[in-house]
Write a protein that binds this ligand. Structure first.
Ligand SMILES: NC(=O)c1ccc[n+]([C@@H]2O[C@H](COP(=O)([O-])OP(=O)(O)OC[C@H]3O[C@@H](n4cnc5c(N)ncnc54)[C@H](OP(=O)(O)O)[C@@H]3O)[C@@H](O)[C@H]2O)c1
Length: 268
């Protein structure tokens, strides 16, 4: 949808975070994009400092320095600032009429409602996981859970020690896909990660591992009598999420207001 002759101006909100830094790196390496702004929290000591990578900063239109305000409307704004930063990022995108790409997980019901409301004014795309591998895994899980509807389904996820929400947004999304495949409401079958006692029939369970620098691992186990299937995905490099989000921003910029999904990028 974007003009291929001019790089698409993309702002990154939460630019000093783990994902923010990956996004900056990926945008600067992408010829179809330029880093329109590297946004940090108001009053952050990083504001005004140079965004690392002097060579890239010399590129025409590159933001060069972290900023705590947005002076010109970017074609797209990407945020991975978590629930604490989400509201401010969405407000900024709506105010500037920018396409909004969000990867924050652990969002509240009211934040998800705000996303839907914003979709009446700007194009928005939220995903719990921007990796292509997880997009394919989700479809495999939906099909396998449907084919083996009476097998037990358990989802195990591992992440680095700083992750705040649990189970991960991706684990929940995989659970939803399994429930959809079985034609049941996710809320009625999802078990708490801290459950005790005997397993209920049809339950979808979650187990959480936190530690070290694990980027993200998800295993969906389908357990029958005498056999089991494990569908697994391991992310070893945070840039896969950043590449997916930048690809989504390039695709979303200039589209009509509405709520879009990552799968829309791959729709044939
Ligand atoms: N969808 C996916 O594919 C995917 C993949 C990986 C991670 N994630 C999610 O992305 C989010 C961020 O993860 P992370 O590991 O990058 O976290 P992180 O390292 O803690 O980074 C968060 C960034 O957001 C900034 N921020 C928070 N509140 C803000 C506010 N009100 N205004 C401006 N900036 C604000 C933080 O700034 P300060 O340092 O000033 O607080 C920090 O730079 C999490 O929700 C995580 O689960 C999603």
């Amino acid at each position: 949808m974007t003009d291929t002759s001019d790089p698409t101006a993309i702002a990154v909100f939460g630019a000093t975070g783990r994902m923010g830094q990956a996004l900056v790196r990926v945008i600067r390496a992408e010829p179809r994009a330029r880093l329109a702004a590297a946004l940090v929290r108001g009053g952050s000591p990083s504001a005004g400092r140079a965004v690392p990578d002097v060579e890239a900063s010399a590129r025409e239109g590159d933001a060069g320095r972290y900023a705590d305000r947005l002076d010109a409307a970017p074609a797209a704004l990407i945020e991975f600032a978590g629930p604490d930063g989400f509201d401010a990022a969405l407000e900024l995108a709506v105010r500037h009429g920018s396409a909004f790409v969000s990867g924050s997980t652990g969002l509240s019901r009211s934040q998800l409602d705000a996303l839907d409301a914003a979709a009446a004014r700007i194009p928005v795309l939220w995903s719990a996981n921007f990796s292509l591998g997880i997009a394919v895994l989700t479809e495999l899980v939906r099909d396998a859970a449907a084919a083996l509807a009476d097998w037990d389904c358990e989802i195990v996820e591992a992440h680095h020690r700083h992750k705040r929400d649990a189970p991960s947004g991706t684990a929940l999304a995989l659970g939803r896909a399994a429930a959809e495949g079985r034609g049941v409401a996710f809320e009625s079958v999802a078990a708490a990660a801290s459950r005790s006692g005997e397993r209920r029939d049809g339950e979808i369970g979650f187990a959480v591992v936190r530690g070290g620098d694990v980027v993200g691992e998800h295993s969906v186990c389908l357990l029958g009598a005498g056999e089991r299937i494990e569908l697994a995905h391991r992310a070893t490099d945070r840039d896969i999420f950043a590449r997916g989000a930048v690809r989504a921003a390039l695709w979303l910029a200039g589209r009509a207001p509405g709520r879009y999904a990552l799968q829309d990028l791959f729709a044939r």
